[in-house]
Write a protein that binds this ligand. Structure first.
Ligand code: LCS
Length: 404
C-alpha cells in the first residue's frame, strides 16, 4: 500500500490497513465470517474466475487476514504472503509445493523437531528424501547437492543450537544450481533478519513466537519473492490443504506485530545481560549466542542480522540430570517450550522440542543432554539474573551435599 520507504517500526503499525475504508476504525476490524455474499450471480462468477478481486470464502482469503499478510509482505520485502494456522502448516505447505515424489531436499544439520518429523514422513510415504548437512562453506553445500535436489531448507540461527548459516553462501550455490531456498526466520523475526533481501526465495515463520509475542496464538506465515508463485500457493496448496488462520488469531498477530521492534530491542538487551552472566559462570560450559564477540560465527551474524535477539543456548557442567536439576531450581523463569514471549522460558531440547529426533541424529545436530535453551523475555533483567543465580546456588549446595 505505501511502498518500501517507511521504516519497519512504522510499517508494523500502519502497513496494509486504511481506516477510511472501515468507518475510521483505528484498529483493524475482525471479519469473523466464513463466507461473503455477492451482489449478483455474475459477481460470484467473476470472483471465482479471478476477473474481479474481492472476498469469496474465508479459507480462500479474509480481509482481516489480508491486512496481516500485506504487513508481513512488506516487513520481509516479499511479493506475496500467506498466513497459516501454525508454523508447521507454513513449513509443510511450502515443502509440499516445492517437491514431488523422487525429489531431494538439502537441509541444515539442525532443524526444529517437528520439521524433522515432517521430513521423515515425506521420505517414508512419498520418497521425498533429505540430507541434514553442515552448511559451513559453499563447497560443503555444493558437495551435497544431488541430481534430484530441488531446494535448500535453512534455519538460521538453528533451533536450539544457535548455529548460524551464511545465507549469502547458500544463495550463491542455489543460484548456480537453479535451486529454491527456504529460510525459517522464526528465531530472528523480520525485525532482525530479512533473507529475501539476500536472494532467498521463501521465508517462513512460526508466528506463534516473536511475531505474536504474547504466548496466546499458534500461527504461521510464509512470504515469497514471486507474486505469481505465491498466488498459486494460495489458490492450490493453501486452499486445498486448508491450513488457514482464523480472523481472530490474525487480529492478535496484527496487534502483536505493532510492538515487535520495541520487544525485540528489549529481548536483545536483556539477552546481552544474561549472556555476560552465563559466560562467566563456573557451572556453565559453553554459551551460544549470535552476537557474542567470542562466537566464531560472529562475522556471519553481523552480516545478516541486525542484533542477536532473545535466544541463548548453553551447556551446563554435567548431563541431563544436572540440566533438569538447574531448571527445577528456577522460580521466576518458566519451564516451557515455545519462545519469543514476554515471559522468560527455559526448555531442555534433548527431552522436549527435539525428543522426536533419534539420539544419533540429535547429537549430530549438536543437541547434547546438557544443552539448555533460554528464551529471554521482557522482565527486568536483574530479576532474571537473580533467578539464574539462585538456581546455580541451589546446584552448588547439592553438589557439596553429594560430595559429603
Ligand atoms: N520453526 C521453528 C524454528 C520453530 O521453532 C517452530 C516451533 C516451528 C517452526 C513450528 O511452529 P508452530 O507450528 O509451533 O507455530 N518451535 C517450538 C519450539 O522451539 N518450542 O515449542 C515450539
Amino acid at each position: 500500500m505505501r511502498g518500501n520507504k517507511l521504516h519497519k517500526d512504522t510499517l508494523v503499525i500502519h502497513e496494509g490497513y486504511d481506516d477510511k475504508a472501515h468507518h475510521g476504525s483505528l484498529t483493524t476490524p475482525i471479519y469473523q465470517t466464513s463466507t461473503f455474499s455477492f451482489e449478483s450471480a455474475k459477481q460470484g462468477e467473476l470472483r471465482f474466475s479471478g476477473e474481479e478481486a474481492g472476498p469469496i470464502y474465508s479459507r480462500l482469503g479474509n480481509p482481516t487476514v489480508h491486512v496481516l499478510e500485506e504487513r508481513m509482505k512488506m516487513l520481509e520485502n516479499g511479493k506475496g504472503a500467506l498466513a497459516f494456522g501454525s508454523g508447521m502448516a507454513a513449513v509443510s505447505t511450502v515443502l509440499v509445493h516445492l517437491t514431488k515424489s523422487g525429489d531431494h531436499i538439502l537441509c541444515t544439520r539442525g532443524i526444529y523437531g517437528c520439521t524433522f518429523g515432517l521430513l521423515s514422513i515425506m521420505e517414508e510415504k512419498y520418497n521425498i528424501t533429505h540430507d541434514l548437512i553442515r552448511m559451513g562453506t559453499e563447497e560443503e553445500i555444493e558437495k551435497a547437492i544431488k541430481p534430484e535436489t530441488v531446494c535448500i531448507y535453512v534455519e538460521t540461527p538453528i533451533n536450539p543450537t544457535m548455529e548460524l548459516v551464511d545465507l549469502h553462501a547458500v544463495v550463491n550455490v542455489a543460484k548456480r544450481h537453479g535451486l529454491k531456498v527456504v529460510v525459517d526466520n522464526t528465531f530472528s523475526s523480520p525485525y532482525l533478519q530479512n533473507p529475501l533481501t539476500i536472494g532467498v526465495d521463501f521465508v517462513l515463520h512460526s508466528a506463534t513466537k516473536y511475531i505474536n509475542g504474547h504466548g496466546d496464538v499458534i500461527a504461521g506465515l510464509l512470504v515469497g519473492n514471486d507474486k505469481d508463485e505465491m498466488d498459486k500457493i494460495r489458490m492450490s496448496a493453501q486452499k486445498d490443504y486448508g491450513g488457514i488462520i482464523s480472523p481472530f488469531d490474525a487480529w492478535l498477530l496484527i496487534r502483536g506485530l505493532k510492538t515487535l521492534p520495541v520487544r525485540m530491542e528489549r529481548h536483545t538487551s536483556n539477552a546481552e545481560k544474561l549472556l555476560a552472566y552465563l559466560k562467566n559462570h563456573p557451572l556453565v560450559e559453553q554459551v551460544f549466542y549470535p552476537f557474542d564477540e567470542d562466537n566464531p560465527q560472529y562475522e556471519i551474524a553481523k552480516r545478516q542480522m541486525s542484533a542477536g535477539g532473545g535466544l541463548i543456548s548453553f551447556t551446563i557442567k554435567g548431563g541431563r540430570d544436572e540440566a533438569q536439576h538447574f531448571m527445577d531450581s528456577l522460580s521466576l523463569i518458566k519451564i516451557a517450550v515455545s519462545l519469543g514471549d514476554a515471559e522468560t522460558l527455559i526448555q531442555h531440547p534433548a527431552t522436549m522440542t527435539h525428543s522426536v529426533v533419534p539420539e544419533e541424529k540429535r547429537l549430530a545436530m549438536g543437541i547434547t543432554d546438557s544443552l539448555i535453551r533460554l528464551s529471554v523475555g521482557l522482565e527486568n533483567a536483574d530479576d532474571l539474573l537473580a533467578d539464574l543465580a539462585g538456581a546455580f546456588e541451589k546446584m552448588k549446595v547439592t553438589e557439596v551435599n553429594t560430595n559429603i
